[in-house]
Write a protein that binds this ligand. Structure first.
Ligand SMILES: Nc1nc2c(c(=O)[nH]1)N[C@H]1C(S)=C(S)[C@@H](COP(=O)(O)OP(=O)(O)OC[C@H]3O[C@@H](n4cnc5c(N)ncnc54)[C@H](O)[C@@H]3O)O[C@H]1N2
Ligand code: MOO
Length: 415
């Protein structure tokens, strides 16, 4: 994947939105950090680096699925023992004999059937009688899976369902890719970190929000890795970026993506010998977003995602560039965008892709644009589910099915 040259011209042709996403995914995938081996208890939220296969047939042995009697031949049967779950029974060697068996216990060799306890009767002679059901009352080895069979491919996110499956397959550890470590640098001398805005100054809305969004994409972000506002000088920017890049796989910055008098991001990237993967995207809002790559002394790439200062634009950059980059870095498949049907029209943005904040009605999967969606505003975003994608040269018509870029919300949010 060829990257842009290190020296950024003041004005560069923006990359098409879909092309930018494909490019950052591929670059992340090529530079994914090496897998690590983690115990199951620590693997939730990571990504499988190798396919998951059972170490034995599943089940590993013939297993009774009911409480009752494992019998051999025709009844009535003479009880000759008992086997509980976890035990290894002696073989049933004679027709007309049975062992009492518990659900989950290993079936003795020689058994030809299992009779449910509630469908059995005990005779005066101590023998057990009853009619066997036609369908077997036990699970055969390999019924669920064969030893070595690929059950889940590499690149799958590790969730509780997968952890349970891994344990039942006999695994103690998994080879996984943990979430990348991310840092945030907030640029802008005008920003306040406490109290109400006024007198030319606004509250830093991104310092509190961006780490939380990054964590929802699976990143590890510690309090120490969130810094700002960084003083509006070039040396302070270079220094802050160097420090952050020494610990993080991905450094997000906010503000300073343009070429104003105190916009130091591009000059700082030049000082760090960074190369641009993406430098501006043909999307509204958020077009000044960028992704740059810096090679560490160890040869491994670290990334700088430049999020525009306008707060909604910063989130557009997160969902547009950072999400596919992180999917690549975690060795996951490229994000697939769900679709929704527009319940109201949405204007296009000429040659640019329009990402329009929408609320999705889960009952009929319709999308409606929300209000208060200026790029400097967060009111609309705080009640939205994601962004409807209106392609270049199009407008969104009522009834049209469009892709939606979801915000990484947790289950139960926005309900
Ligand atoms: N001459 C032009 N000026 C601008 C253009 C343009 O095309 N030509 N594009 C505008 C667009 S679009 C955007 S987006 C912004 C991007 O600017 P920067 O990334 O350089 O951001 P700043 O100038 O630092 O800040 C822009 C705006 O956002 C506020 N801001 C910044 N950080 C935060 C924060 N953490 N929390 C809340 N608000 C923040 C900042 O106060 C500014 O109001 O450039 C336009 N200009
Ligand atoms: O990215 Mo800018 O917000 O288009 O306003």
């Amino acid at each position: 994947m060829s990257a842009q040259p290190a020296v950024a011209p003041a004005v560069e042709a923006p990359v098409a939105w879909a092309e930018a996403r494909a490019r950052v995914y591929a670059v992340g995938r090529a530079d994914a950090p090496a897998p690590v081996v983690l115990p199951l208890a620590e693997a939730d939220g990571t990504t499988l680096a190798e396919p998951l296969s059972p170490r034995t047939d599943l089940p590993a042995f013939p297993t009774s699925s009911v409480d009752g009697w494992a019998v051999r031949g025709d009844g009535p049967w003479r009880p000759v023992g008992r086997v509980l779950a976890g035990g290894t029974p002696a073989p049933l060697t004679e027709d007309g004999t049975a062992v009492e068996i518990a659900t989950g216990a290993m079936l003795p060799t020689g058994a030809t059937g299992v009779l449910r306890v509630e469908e059995s009767t005990g005779g005066a002679d101590g023998r057990v009688a009853g009619t066997l059901r036609a369908a077997p009352e036990w699970r055969s080895p390999g019924e669920e899976a064969r030893a070595g069979e690929e059950l889940v491919p590499a690149g799958t996110p590790v969730d509780p369902g997968l952890l349970g499956l891994a344990a039942s397959c006999g695994h103690d550890v998994l080879s996984v890719r943990p979430g990348p470590r991310a840092a945030l640098l907030v640029f802008g001398d005008e920003l306040l970190t406490a109290g109400p805005p006024g007198a030319g100054r606004v509250r830093d809305a991104l310092g509190p929000a961006v780490p939380a969004w990054l964590r929802r994409y699976g990143c590890v972000v510690t309090g120490d890795d969130v810094l700002g506002p960084v003083t509006d000088t070039l040396p302070a920017h270079v220094d802050a970026l160097r420090r952050a890049l020494s610990v993080a796989d991905l450094v997000c910055t906010t503000g300073g993506t343009m070429h104003g008098p105190v916009d130091h991001l591009h000059p700082a990237l030049r000082e760090l010998d960074a190369d641009y993967v993406i430098n501006t995207v043909a999307v509204r809002p958020g077009f000044p977003m960028l992704l740059a790559r810096v090679r560490g002394t160890d040869g491994r790439a670290r990334f700088v995602a430049g999020l525009p200062g306008n707060p909604q634009s910063a989130v557009v950059a997160l969902v547009s560039l950072v999400a596919p980059l992180l999917a690549g870095l975690q060795g996951r498949r490229p994000p697939v965008l769900p679709g929704a049907t527009l319940a109201e029209p949405i204007a296009g943005r000429g040659d640019y892709t329009h990402l329009a904040l929408v609320r999705i009605d889960p009952a009929d999967n319709t999308a409606r644009p929300v209000r208060h969606v200026g790029s400097a505003m967060l009111r609309g975003l705080a009640g939205a589910d994601g962004f409807a994608v209106i392609r270049p040269g199009e407008r969104g018509e009522v009834g049209q099915r469009v892709p939606v870029v979801p915000l990484p919300l947790l289950p139960g949010e926005r309900t």
